[in-house]
Write a protein that binds this ligand. Sequence first.
Ligand SMILES: Cc1cc2nc3c(=O)[nH]c(=O)nc-3n(C[C@H](O)[C@H](O)[C@H](O)COP(=O)(O)OP(=O)(O)OC[C@H]3O[C@@H](n4cnc5c(N)ncnc54)[C@H](O)[C@@H]3O)c2cc1C
Length: 442
Amino acid sequence: MTTTTGRERTPTWTNWAGTASASPARVVEPRCSDEVADVVVSAAARGEKVRVVGSGHSFTPLCATDGTHVRLTHLSGILDVDRALGRVRVAGGTPLHVLNPILEGLGLALPNLGDIDRQTIAGAIATGTHGTGVRHQGIASAVVGLTLVLADGSVVSVDDAHDVELFEAARVGLGAFGVVTEVELQCVPAFRLRALETQARLSDVLANYEQMVAEHDHVDVLWFKHSDRVLLKRNSRVDSSDAGESQPRWQAWLDDELLGNRTLEAVNRLAAAAPRLAPVINEISGRAIGNKDHTDVSWKVFCSSRKVRFKESEYAVPLASLPAVIGELRAWIDKHGTAYPFPAEIRSLGADDVWLSTAYERESAYVAVQQYHRMDDGGIFAAFESIVREHDGRPHWGKLHTLGAEDFARLYPRFGDVLRVRDRVDPDRRFANDHLTHVLGA
Ligand SMILES: Cc1cc2nc3c(=O)[nH]c(=O)nc-3n(C[C@H](O)[C@H](O)[C@H](O)COP(=O)(O)OP(=O)(O)OC[C@H]3O[C@@H](n4cnc5c(N)ncnc54)[C@H](O)[C@@H]3O)c2cc1C
């Protein structure tokens, strides 16, 4: 186990977006569940709090602590494969970009993914990370078992037959129930996706949204704010024998690096220097994007590299509320005058049964609002939050929001059960920090 202590030797931790930071008293990198248990027990003896950090891709200060920071850098990879059931047991610190190609080699895949693969598996499920598709769910829905180190140092394995309440609470668990050292995942046979990307009008997309998401497996809409233009991405599952037209490597690089990241960075810098140009820039961007049609293995279509830094808030609302939410947001942006060069993202998801999932028992539309990291948000996050509040919006646990425990008690039918499980497994709040106290209560 690697341990770094002393403020001069534990550099300040900052998340990917630069929206959260911490100066932990010590940083530990255990090599197995038993070492994680030692870490938790010794932190308790010192009266220190414990927070696990995944890849630091959450925008909220979920990982911040002045106590012990646990990094599962050494707990990575596949531990076990059940080929008959299509299940794998993976170490909690496994990054998705490591997991996805290994699964492909086994002829398996996660059923749905978000748009990047930098997160660790335990970090991704802890905040309810999701992709898009009303016939599909978030990553935590694929979790069929968890191994956790609890606050008293015990190591427990939970699933739908063993301590089902802890299993349900910890699937999207915000790191509040213990350190997840192993995750068992129900995979699907590896599959290919045909990716169709076209320019479209926001008004047309909203008018046909429910029909469109019913017809395509994964619909992702990028809306160029200040304009009626969108990039419409429709990914459909194709037969595994359907090779389709795969994208040459140079073109994938051109799209991801040059057009995706470098052009986006340049466009955002320009808008930061001359905010009044943002509407023109967005209109041109919306017209300039080219149509694309290619087929590839699922994870290569779902995930791309995101190098331009931004701040983001994302809320899930009932699917039928989407046109109203976008209409109100658009009216606010048009009236307000602040420049928003970053495209907003609209996705959808089927209902699930994970207690703290944003799609718990609700077919949902997701609206994500961003601002380039060098620009002031101009009040958009607060305005967006007051719009979605009226539509029973549930914030992504890892993205900017100000909601607290009393809001979540109203928004999540099983919130009381979640708190009861937390009282049972972490009565001394070993895994708490200020942010968790705000969202789950003291
Ligand atoms: C560029 C970018 C793109 C994104 N795209 C998407 C997207 O498409 N869809 C989406 O839903 N979200 C997306 N997100 C949000 C991101 O997926 C989540 O915030 C996710 O939780 C980050 O995973 P992580 O490994 O970085 O975890 P961290 O942010 O480091 O931690 C998140 C939480 O998990 C806990 N945790 C981590 N490891 C463990 C463990 N082993 N045991 C217990 N608790 C643990 C932490 O304590 C913390 O509470 C994106 C974020 C960024 C910056």
